[in-house]
Ligand binder design. Structure first.
Ligand SMILES: [Fe+2]
Length: 153
């Protein structure tokens, strides 16, 4: 395989993308969980909004995993691997609706930080497709974090 990025750099980039994948998958599950279990006066709004968010995240994990494959490495795909790689903690029990919003803000911010870390490696290697993908992910996570944060003011 020769796409103009050496194997060591492709591996480093894949490792960074694997962390983004694990964070995104964990945030996907958290968002779906909150869609199912949210209660209170904001139920209708949050139930529907969380559905939009988890649908977007479900598409995103596929794009990230397939970029890892295009770089020549296996994509992590088990709960054990995701749990080891993810920077996002899982919740015990069912948080209150406003706590759900706050936890999702923190989750989107966490994915943004992980994506920024991966971007540095990709940029050094002139890996434009990965930089493009990560830029799109950063835009979505930062925008979603802002929208969720705005509900808490
Ligand atoms: Fe549903």
């Amino acid at each position: 395989m020769d796409i103009g990025i050496d194997a060591a750099q492709r591996e480093q980039i894949s490792n960074g993308l694997s962390k983004v994948l694990a964070d995104t998958y964990t945030l996907y599950l958290k968002t779906h969980n909150f869609h199912w279990n949210v209660t209170g006066p904001m139920f209708q709004t949050l139930h529907l909004m969380f559905e939009q968010h988890y649908n977007e995240l479900a598409l995103a994990v596929d794009a990230v995993a397939e970029r890892i494959r295009a770089l020549g490495f296996p994509a992590p795909g088990t709960y054990r691997q995701f749990s080891a790689l993810s920077s996002i903690r899982e919740e015990d029990g069912i948080p209150k609706a406003t706590d759900m919003i706050r936890l999702l803000v923190e989750g989107h911010e966490a994915v943004a930080r992980t994506a920024r870390g991966a971007f540095v490696t990709a940029e050094k290697a002139h890996d434009q497709p990965t930089c493009d993908l990560l830029t799109q992910r950063l835009q979505i996570h930062e925008k979603t974090a802002w929208m969720l944060r705005s509900m808490l003011e």
